[in-house]
Each structure stands twice: as C-alpha cells, then as structure tokens.
Design a protein around this ligand. Sequence first.
Ligand SMILES: C[S@@+](CC[C@H](N)C(=O)[O-])C[C@H]1O[C@@H](n2cnc3c(N)ncnc32)[C@H](O)[C@@H]1O
Length: 221
Amino acid sequence: MEGGEGAPPGGRREARRPGPGLSARSGAGSAQRSRWGLLLTGVAGGALVAVYAVATPFLTPALRKVCLPFVPATAKQIENVLEMLRARRGSLVDIGSGDGRVVIAAAKEGFTAVGYELNPWLVWYSRYRAWREGVHGSATFYISDLWKVSFSQYSNVVIFGVPQMMPQLERKLELELAGDARVIACRFPFPHWTPAHVTGDGVDTVWAYDASTFRGREKRP
Ligand SMILES: C[S@@+](CC[C@H](N)C(=O)[O-])C[C@H]1O[C@@H](n2cnc3c(N)ncnc32)[C@H](O)[C@@H]1O
C-alpha cells in the first residue's frame, strides 16, 4: 500500500501546494494593487487640495468682520450703472470687482477701468475675460483689499457692496475722492449721502452721488 493512511498520493499533494511560479505571480499582483492604491490616494489627495485652494477664497469672506460675498451684477444692473455714467469720462474703479463684468463693460464704453478684488481666482478670470473681449489695454485688475487701497485717483467709482460696509466706505470715500468724482452704488445705497440720480427697480436699483455734494460735510458722530 503506497503512502499509507493520511498520506495522499504525491500527485494530489503537489496540486495543493502553491508552487514558486504562483507565489511570484501573486506577489506581483499585490505590488500592482499597492501601486494603484498609491496612485488613487495621490489623485484623491491632489483633488482635495485643488478643491480647497479654489473654494477657500470664495468662503473666507464669510469669516471677515464685514461679509462681502461674490454676487455678480445682473445685466440690467450694469445697464443702469452705464446710464449713470453717461456723459462722464476718465478713470473708473469697481470696488470688489468680482469676475470683472462691470470693469469690462466700462472699458468698452471708453473708460480707463480698474478693479480691486480680494479673490485671486476672480482676478485671474477677469484678466482672461478682458483679454478675450479685447479690452485688456483699458481694463486692469488688482488682487487687493479694498480697505487698504486709496481711491483718490478715480473720478468714477462703482460699488456693489452690502449694507454693513456702507457707512465705513462712505467715510473713506469722503476723505479720498476729488470734488468732481461720481460714486455709483448698486443694490444698497449709502446711508447719509443724498443721491443726484436713482435708476432701476428692486435689486437692479443704482444710486449716483456727486462728490461735490458730499465732500466737506459736517463731521458725523
Ligand atoms: C457683491 S460682489 C460684486 C462683484 C462685481 N462688482 C459685480 O458687480 O459684479 C463683491 C465682490 O467684492 C469682493 N470682496 C469682498 N471683500 C473684499 C475686500 N476686502 N477687498 C476687495 N474685494 C472684496 C468679493 O470677492 C466679491 O467679488
């Protein structure tokens, strides 16, 4: 009797034991799986970092003392702004210029237009749009905090702000602007100035103020 009880024939034992070829193949398979794992982890990590980098500048305004989020002007709002600028010339600034639409529209009307914007992605996009629309020579965008910039050199100022910032901005512009400047407020008016003109309805309302009427006002508390 070959082998005896419990000793299977050599052929069957051979079939059950993994040979060196099989072990090498499974080793290669697991190395490949771990390479894929590393690649997927890298791609997922890179995607997360990219989403974080793009989203952060859009979310951080909510953490500031005055939250001024990116809300683009409507086409009607821009039309109203341009109407308030009719017969005016020279330099123009959009304070918090978003994706550049107001600056580009003003540049197309012949203004030397500048936008200050905190969000770098929006500034880069604005520059691209200005280039695509052929006004990059007269539309300039800066990555800047509006509270750290002087607007004294601009004769036309556009602001689409929020009510909480208007009193402080009003004081800043009173101190900085020349007597022949015009300020256009979109959607939210300034609290103390008297507008020279108002146009539009609802969210598209814009107010035009002339510096000649608000400069040299009595000091407010
Ligand atoms: C209501 S949006 C107006 C965008 C553009 N002016 C328009 O009318 O389409 C306000 C913009 O101000 C920007 N902003 C917020 N805080 C700012 C700051 N401290 N300095 C400069 N820009 C700021 C926001 O990123 C946003 O794009």
